[in-house]
Ligand binder design. Structure first.
Ligand code: FAD
Length: 474
């Protein structure tokens, strides 16, 4: 089948209204918040899991690569193709938004992959429950499929880890259109409640950036919403003074959310913001008191406006990918062992200090943030600069104020250079990553035999390399 007849067949499958082929429309879907991609042939919006499976089969048989896309809020070229010689079609999964089963008996929720985290939270909340990792801050827009393919963290992460840790089982389409179930849901007569039924095939498809399969549905673990919540914020004189406190919080397992942030080179020192939850208010208060005791006397307690605001606003906390001044912002993170936090800070600080003169010249500001995901520490320099927002910056989320920014090629290229240097410094410390895509270096930074094994699995599930080719470097 040639590409035109494939497009006709896809149009018959999903309905002509769900196929975009105009360049202006397609280019919106092929650039993320940082990388501009090669335009795809088309974008198709799938309306059912069967449609998705058939669409993948049709595309792959016609030699067309498929680029899965959920909310589109990643910024590591996860769905952005850079190979102009490739015929590719974007699979927009956002119409796959059915809540398939809320099961308070088994404490699981099964949802289609295009559901947003907010949708899932609302469905669980009707039963007084929530997903053990309720979602990233972008949960109003980002999808279960996108977040599980990136891996993701924020709400509850200090206690329960990442989005991948909340997954009990998956349904995934491989390149020949086969639907595969993982976990105990795959047992004959079984139900999804137990991920490690034999080898962890669920884990194989998590954080894969869509390179091993396209997720159609996921079963996530639920927990009761705690009745008690307590907050604290603490200001520090320096990152060096704050980091031991952040490490103590991560090691204690007492906080639900732990976010620390400070400006690089600013007058004010960094601050740490904690949310602690408990079965009752008394228990939450007692846990917070214990945590404050563990952190010791360093730092100045502040009114906990930040954690309270985040908790009260939930997924409404993030309204825009632009900063409050209407500038672009970009995040580059590494995931480190808690014990490495100070070394990570020093290495990343050295990168920012090296560029400080050029940053001042081009109006590029930086912050560094730290967030706990269980015993992992996410360290994330963020760069802010005035430049032209992409269509995705302006259309992707609500209430965006574009500001008066005009394109600044020199600031853009400085930001690219700093971001690459940050990645290199992280490689030097053996950092792990979420959101692998095409920016972070999985294959180059990972043991050869491990990459060979993964590439071998890719050859089985995707022999022609048509599932998001190039991500993870495989
Ligand atoms: C302002 C802002 C705040 C953010 N805050 C957080 C945060 O708190 N925590 C955090 O972890 N991240 C955060 N992010 C990053 C981003 O929101 C998350 O990575 C989110 O999980 C992406 O979900 P998405 O649906 O937008 O994925 P997309 O960007 O659409 O896709 C992500 C990756 O998954 C693949 N993919 C998408 N759907 C599927 C599927 N069904 N099957 C297989 N592969 C698929 C894509 O090809 C791509 O490689 C933030 C981003 C912004 C802009």
């Amino acid at each position: 089948m040639n590409t035109h007849s494939t497009l006709d067949a896809l149009s018959n499958l999903v309905g002509a209204d769900n196929v975009l082929t105009e360049n202006a429309e397609v280019s919106f879907y092929t650039s993320d918040l940082f990388f501009e991609g090669v335009p795809a042939m088309a974008v198709i919006a799938l309306g059912s899991r069967a449609e998705l499976a058939n669409a993948v089969k049709l595309c792959v048989e016609a030699g067309i690569a498929v680029l899965p896309r959920g909310g589109g809020l990643s910024y590591t070229a996860g769905y952005v193709q850079d190979d102009a010689s490739l015929d590719a079609i974007v699979l927009d999964t956002r119409r796959l938004n059915q809540i398939l089963d809320v099961n308070p008996d088994n404490m699981t929720i099964t949802v289609e992959s295009g559901c947003t985290w907010e949708q899932v939270s609302k469905a669980a909340a009707e039963h007084g429950l929530r997903v053990t990792m309720p979602g990233p801050t972008t949960g109003r827009y980002s999808t279960i499929g996108g977040s599980l393919s990136n891996n993701s963290m924020f709400f509850s992460s200090a206690k329960t880890g990442t989005a991948a840790d909340a997954v009990v089982g998956l349904e995934v389409v491989t390149a020949d259109g086969t639907l595969i179930t993982t976990g105990s849901g795959a047992i004959n007569n079984g139900v999804p409640f137990f991920r490690n039924n034999g080898p962890d095939l669920t884990g194989l498809f998590l954080s894969d950036a869509g390179s091993l399969g396209i997720k159609t549905a996921a079963t996530l673990r639920l927990e009761p919403v705690p009745a008690g919540t307590a907050f604290t914020s603490v200001a520090f004189e320096s990152f060096e003074q704050m980091i031991p406190a952040v490490q103590t919080v991560g090691r204690s397992g007492l906080a639900t959310e732990c976010l620390a942030v400070g400006a690089i080179g600013g007058e004010a020192g960094p601050s740490l913001h904690l949310t602690v939850e408990g079965y009752s208010q008394d228990i939450a208060d007692a846990q917070l008191a214990a945590l404050i005791g563990l952190m010791g006397p360093q730092g100045q307690p502040q009114e906990p406006m930040v954690p309270t605001f985040i908790h009260e606003n939930g997924f409404g906390f993030v309204q825009s990918p632009l900063d409050p001044k209407g500038r672009l912002q970009i995040w580059t993170h590494g995931v480190f062992a808690i014990g490495q936090t100070l070394d990570a800070y020093k290495a990343l600080r050295a990168v920012l200090d090296k560029h400080q003169t050029a940053m001042t010249e081009h109006g590029v500001d930086a912050t560094m943030s730290f967030a706990c995901a269980g015993i992992a520490m996410m360290v994330e320099p963020v760069l802010f600069w005035a430049s032209k927002p992409t269509p995705l910056h302006l259309q992707g989320m609500a209430k965006v104020e574009a500001g008066q920014n005009t394109a600044s090629d020199s600031a853009d290229s400085l930001v690219r250079e700093i971001r690459n240097d940050i990645r290199t410094a992280m490689d030097g410390l053996g950092a792990a990553h979420m959101q692998y895509g095409r920016f972070y270096r999985y294959a180059d930074a990972t043991a050869e035999k491990t990459v060979e094994l993964l590439a071998g699995i890719k050859r089985i599930v995707d022999p022609d390399r048509k599932l998001n080719p190039g991500v993870l470097g495989i």
